[in-house]
Write a protein that binds this ligand. Structure first.
Ligand SMILES: [Zn+2]
Length: 51
């Protein structure tokens, strides 16, 4: 057993598409508030289905 790898980044599940995504530099300030993997998912996050 060895220590955690340096390259290991935090991960979350996108609230819109349900896929896992990793920490990105652009989120370093608000990673705690990030819910979506992309702007696209963020935009459509509130809508679960479309007509
Ligand atoms: Zn997503």
């Amino acid at each position: 057993m060895h220590a955690v790898a340096k390259s290991e980044l935090p991960k979350k599940i996108c609230a819109a598409c349900g896929r896992p995504f990793s920490w990105r530099k652009k989120w370093r300030r608000d990673w705690g508030a990030v819910k979506y993997c992309s702007d696209r998912c963020r935009t459509s996050g509130d809508r679960k289905t479309r007509p």
